[in-house]
Design a protein around this ligand. Structure first.
Ligand SMILES: Cc1cc2nc3c(=O)[nH]c(=O)nc-3n(C[C@H](O)[C@H](O)[C@H](O)COP(=O)(O)OP(=O)(O)OC[C@H]3O[C@@H](n4cnc5c(N)ncnc54)[C@H](O)[C@@H]3O)c2cc1C
Length: 468
């Protein structure tokens, strides 16, 4: 630990998409800002071991699938030769380039980046470990320390993978068992299956992708069943053993015990906030039961000069939520009337096909006993989907029966990750079905499905018959 102490107006702890964005926005607003990151480089989980490497690998696998599925177009390709080292190198290059970009932005904005592990030793001071700097005295602080993979209570000697290890592509196991059927498990399972591993997914709850509506999930599951060896829901992992490099997972499925063998095991059982070992208990900061930091719409915690954003706060653990919260907190600190008053946070699952939703889901509407109007448009009726040879999917819109105000959108299909923002914008703008219907959508694109779904909801579809 260094002895030097620094002083600043704002200190941001954590250089992920929450923290670095907050620091950049604050610097732009004239606030003297220090960003503390314990890793060698900024970028956080998203850039270094999450969103970016996973989407690079997912794209590589998409190329493999496209080549394999090209036969109906009269095209045939040889089986791909996979050079794992080159794929790793390409992924590292993508990550490195983006991280370098963040470093450049911070430098040019005058944000001081300090390497070290921060711990509060007062409401206005931090101690730094593993750093050349001893500590920082500040006026305001933003906690953006993010999250880490949750692991079940198993022996570390087993060397089970989390998403971090899986994304480093250490090897291609012949048989991979993925424990957890959330978005990370399914995305990474599809990566390994696409590269040639035999993949089984084991999920504790009765279905995968909890949170998304069943009609959307069933499209992904249908495709996943042709990619994976198996998806087993209602299955509890009772124990994992390893001998002669083979894993044996004892699993209880619908009351019966079975043993699954694997050459690697990926634990994708959720994430937990990095709120321990930061001195938060000495601050007596108000926390939720699952150890996240309670905040209001301005990002204020229970201590007036301390803010929190991103995965350490309640809500979905997503990079774009963290970034939006980062901008809000910086603006609030600068005295602006900013608030995280967003109506919808889009969620995207980058499986094949992609699945996305924003705002109210049908499941939530049912749970709330809320009457909604639902318009569904199948991709089988969409010209663009047919040109791609991918008609498995649908787009749906949930609206207020009285005035047609859009309450939620859900979609599954090719590249719907690019379409969900239109639905999210519609909700932010308070748009109605009519707004979507009269907006000219370019033809032929997947985006037309949103307009068509609005027409279905309004009761006068063009390209499908009126639902009875
Ligand atoms: C495999 C995977 C895929 C994902 N894909 C997506 C996706 O496609 N889209 C999406 O929106 N989200 C995705 N996510 C989630 C996304 O990565 C997180 O929601 C996002 O990174 C959260 O940002 P953050 O700034 O809150 O925290 P983080 O990105 O976790 O950054 C926190 C930073 O704080 C640092 N830190 C922690 N404690 C301290 C301390 N005491 N002192 C100093 N530094 C500290 C950490 O080293 C870290 O760099 C994915 C996650 C994973 C694991």
């Amino acid at each position: 630990m260094g002895s030097l102490r620094e002083e600043c107006e704002l200190v941001v702890i954590g250089g992920g998409p929450g923290g670095y964005v907050a620091a950049l926005r604050a610097a732009d607003l004239g606030i003297e800002t220090i960003l503390i990151e314990e890793r060698e480089r900024p970028g956080g989980v998203c850039l270094l071991e999450g969103c970016i490497p996973s989407k690079t690998l997912i794209h590589a696998v998409e190329l493999i699938h496209q080549a394999r599925d090209a036969a109906p177009f009269g095209l045939s390709f040889k089986d791909p030769e996979i050079d794992l080292e080159k794929l790793q190198a390409f992924t590292n290059e993508v990550v490195g380039g983006l991280v370098g970009g963040v470093e450049g932005l911070l430098k040019r904005r005058g944000v001081e980046l300090i390497k070290g592990r921060a711990r509060f030793d007062g409401k206005k001071s931090l101690a730094l470990a593993q750093s050349d700097t001893g500590g920082v005295d500040f006026k305001h602080a933003i906690i953006a320390s993010g999250s880490r993979a949750r692991t079940l209570d198993v022996d570390p000697e087993l060397e089970l993978w989390t998403s971090r290890e899986a994304l480093a592509l250490p090897r291609l196991p012949d048989r991979l068992v993925v424990v957890g059927g959330g978005y990370i498990g399914l995305e990474l399972g599809m990566v390994y299956a696409g590269l040639g591993s035999e993949v089984r997914v084991v999920e504790f709850t009765p279905r995968v992708l909890i949170g998304a509506d069943e009609d959307l999930v069933s499209v992904v599951v249908k495709r996943a069943k042709s990619i994976f060896k198996d998806i087993q829901v209602d299955s509890k992992v009772l124990g994992i053993e390893k001998s002669s490099d083979v894993y044996r997972l004892k699993v209880r499925h619908k009351g019966e015990e079975q043993t699954l063998e694997a050459d690697a095991v990926l634990m994708a059982v959720g994430r937990e906030p990095n709120t321990d070992d930061m001195g938060l208990s000495t601050l007596d900061l108000a926390m939720t039961e699952d150890r996240r930091i309670k905040v209001d719409k301005g990002g204020h915690t229970s201590i007036s000069n301390i803010y929190a954003i991103g995965d350490v706060t309640p809500g979905p653990m997503l990079a774009h939520k963290a970034s939006r919260e980062g901008k809000v907190a910086a603006e609030v600190i600068a005295g602006q009337p900013s608030a995280f008053d967003n109506r919808a946070i889009p969620a995207v699952v980058f499986t094949d096909p992609e699945l996305a939703w924003a705002g109210l889901t049908e499941t939530e509407a049912k749970q709330q006993g809320r009457k909604v109007n639902v318009g569904r448009f199948p991709l089988s009726a969409l010209g663009r989907a047919r040109t791609l040879g991918r008609t498995d999917g649908l787009v749906k819109i949930l609206s207020e029966p009285a005035d047609g105000r859009i309450l939620g959108v859900g979609m599954v299909g090719p590249h719907v990750s690019e379409l969900i923002a239109e639905g999210t914008l519609a909700m932010e703008m308070g748009a109605t079905l009519e707004d979507l219907m009269v907006t000219i959508h370019p033809h032929p694109t997947i985006s037309e499905a949103l307009m068509e779904a609005a027409e279905v909801a309004a009761g006068h579809p063009i390209h499908i018959s009126k639902p009875k």
